[in-house]
Design a protein around this ligand. Structure first.
Ligand code: ATP
Length: 141
C-alpha cells in the first residue's frame, strides 16, 4: 500500500498524490518516509519535498510548515508550496538578491531573521527549479 500524500498551503490544496517514498527537509535534517512509518509530527524547514512513485518523481519547494504521518497518510501544511516546474525563477532570484542585500545592511535581529528566512525560501525555490530543469521531474496529478 502506498503512502497517501496531501499538501495544503494557505488553506488551499496544492497536491494530493500516492507515493512510495516522501523525502522532506525538517528542522533537524532530511527524512525519508516509507509506508508503515511510525506516527510523527514534525516541523519542516524551507527546502525541497520529493515524492517518488514508481519511476516518477515529483519535486516541490516548501517554505516550511508541518508534516504529519499517521496510518500511511502524510499531511503537509506548508507556509507556501510550489511545484518545481511552476516556480518563477526570476522572481526567486530577485527575492534572493533583496534578502542578501538586507542581510548585508541589517542592523536589528528582526531584520536578520526575516531576511534569512526570505533567503532560505528563495534558495529552496531556485534549487527545486534547477533540479527539475536538469532532471526532468514529472508533473503529478
Ligand atoms: P516574494 O518576495 O517574491 O513574494 P516570498 O518568499 O516573500 O517571495 P512567500 O511569502 O513565500 O513569497 O509566498 C507568497 C506566495 O507567492 C505563495 O503563494 C508562494 O507559493 C508564491 N511564490 C513566491 N515566490 C514564488 C516563485 N518564485 N515562483 C512561484 N510562486 C512563488
Amino acid at each position: 500500500m502506498p503512502l497517501h500524500v496531501e499538501i495544503i498551503a494557505a488553506e488551499q490544496p496544492i497536491l494530493t498524490s500516492d507515493a512510495d517514498v516522501v523525502v522532506a527537509m525538517t528542522v533537524s535534517g532530511q527524512i525519508s518516509v516509507l509506508p508503515q512509518h511510525a506516527p510523527l509530527l514534525t516541523l519542516l524547514a524551507p527546502g525541497e519535498l520529493r515524492l517518488g512513485r514508481g519511476a516518477n518523481e515529483v519535486l516541490l519547494a516548501l517554505a516550511g510548515g508541518y508534516l504529519e504521518i499517521r496510518d500511511d497518510h502524510v499531511t503537509i501544511l506548508a507556509d507556501a508550496a510550489e511545484r518545481a516546474e511552476d516556480i518563477d525563477v526570476s522572481r526567486a532570484e530577485r527575492a534572493r538578491d533583496r534578502a542578501s542585500a538586507r542581510l548585508r545592511e541589517s542592523r536589528s535581529t528582526i531584520d536578520v531573521a526575516r531576511a534569512s528566512s526570505a533567503l532560505a525560501r528563495a534558495t529552496s525555490r531556485l534549487k527545486a527549479a534547477d533540479h527539475v530543469r536538469t532532471r526532468g521531474v514529472t508533473r503529478a496529478r
